[in-house]
Design a protein around this ligand. Structure first.
Ligand SMILES: NC(=O)c1ccc[n+]([C@@H]2O[C@H](COP(=O)([O-])OP(=O)(O)OC[C@H]3O[C@@H](n4cnc5c(N)ncnc54)[C@H](O)[C@@H]3O)[C@@H](O)[C@H]2O)c1
Length: 400
């Protein structure tokens, strides 16, 4: 691998753009490719279309220096990286059509010796399937290209740092591909690079998120058991965690985000008979959100019976986890929307968001003043020291 390869990055979202900019910052020429013209235009102006600390300055710099240019069409490259979305379809089956479209887009430009790396979270076997697509269209490339899978494990909000410093699992379709990919990541990653094969690297990403999901499901199940047993689950977990080898996570409103709530299904859909605990964890975490809705509704109905009027419910937090503005797959948003569509009087509060198209977002102070029932759905820092008065009924599904 020469240390100044030409790179094409396909997909310029939360993963693709920071990665392209980081590579470009090492003096490597990168062409970023995205199907959306406004994404391409924005980047070519040296600006960014996503929210991520420190990214705007970096993109501005590498575009100005001509190391990063964006385009809607790929050009010939030494290394191709694919970071397009991999959502699931309605039946929880992974949708890899974005990845195969990206592969089809680069197909005419691939030449002998090219290295193609998939970074999109993908079901096991995807890299080999993509190789088949390439070879069935370009049989002359058989044994003449390198292909590898390298999953991304960055934390939004800290992407630039983690891209450079996290360890990576890198798996090729053969040993030569793994070696080429390792050499490439060495150009911009300071974390350790762990060699494996493509299937193991694909599974590694899915397993990391499934492991979190299973552990959270345990905590969520405990929270529902403790509710019946009239035991304070937070105190219980705190005590149990005093055991030197026990580390129970905290329960919540459910599990959200585009990774932990999605990736385990990639294992379940492919191994339906075997992935029992992974499927059950997904079901428990989804059920926890329905359970929260029932708790709130029952509390509101009891209030109405006792007080003779419909209570106003403050839903505190909409994001999928504390201290961010990301609403993707958010259980708190789901709970709030459900209460609103069932005609409960709701005041949604989300300190990290100004507006939401489907309902008004209230200021925290106004909600505290006007609400009868305060429901804590997300553990944002802003909610930590709220002083409630006697008139408030309080329901908290997160640790305060
Ligand atoms: N965001 C994260 O924190 C994170 C973390 C780990 C893994 N991942 C995985 O990385 C992948 C990318 O995620 P993301 O968050 O960057 O997605 P994203 O939606 O932010 O960005 C994807 C980009 O790809 C573009 N695109 C779609 N199809 C294309 C095509 N055929 N050609 C060119 N561009 C195309 C879209 O327009 C979009 O700009 C996903 O598989 C995701 O699961 C994301």
């Amino acid at each position: 691998m020469n240390n100044k390869p030409n790179v094409v990055m396909v997909g310029l979202g939360y993963i693709g753009l920071p990665t392209a900019a980081l590579i470009a910052s090492k003096g490597i020429n990168v062409t970023g490719v995205d199907i959306h013209q406004h994404v391409v235009d924005t980047i070519n102006k040296g600006e960014i279309h996503i929210v991520e600390p420190d990214l705007d300055g970096l993109v501005h710099h590498v575009v100005k220096e001509n190391y990063l240019t964006a385009s809607t069409t790929p050009n010939k490259a030494d290394v191709y990286l694919i970071a397009v979305p991999t959502p699931f379809k309605g039946d929880h089956e992974p949708d890899i059509s974005y990845v195969s479209n990206a592969i089809r887009a680069i197909l005419p430009t691939i030449s002998e010796g090219a290295l193609i790396i998939i970074e999109s979270t993908s079901p096991v076997g995807t890299t080999e399937k993509m190789e088949q697509i390439i070879l069935s269209n370009r049989p002359e490339l058989k044994d003449k290209i390198y292909m590898a899978y390298c999953p991304e494990r960055v934390l939004p909000g800290n992407i630039i740092y983690e891209l450079e410093h996290n360890d990576r699992a890198i798996g090729g379709i053969n040993v030569a591909s793994t070696k080429q990919a390792i050499d490439f990541y060495k150009l911009f990653v300071k974390g350790e690079l762990h060699e494996t094969n493509a299937k193991t690297a694909e599974m590694c990403k899915l397993v990391e998120n499934s492991s979190r999901d299973v552990q959270i499901a345990f905590a969520n199940e405990l929270s529902m058991i403790c509710d019946k047993a009239e035991i304070n689950v937070w105190e219980l977990i705190n005590l149990a965690n005093k055991h030197p080898r026990v580390n129970i996570l905290q329960p919540g409103t459910g599990v959200g985000g585009h990774c932990i709530a999605v990736d385990p299904w990639f294992i379940v859909s492919e191994f339906p008979e075997d992935a029992k605990i992974i499927r059950t964890a997904r079901e428990i975490n989804n059920y926890k959100t329905e359970w929260v809705i029932e708790k709130i509704k029952n509390t509101a109905l009891k209030f109405e019976l006792n007080e003779g009027y419909k209570p106003t419910i403050a839903c505190m937090g909409l994001a999928f986890k504390p201290n961010i503005d990301d609403l993707r797959e958010s259980p708190a948003l789901y709970v709030t929307s459900n209460l609103i569509s069932d005609n409960f009087k709701v005041m949604p509060v989300e300190p990290n968001i100004e507006q939401y198209p489907e309902f008004k977002i209230y200021k925290q102070e106004e909600a505290i003043e006007k609400a009868d029932i305060m429901v804590f759905l997300v553990g944002h820092d802003e909610f930590k020291n709220i002083e409630l008065n006697e008139k408030h009924t309080m329901l908290s599904f997160v640790k305060n």
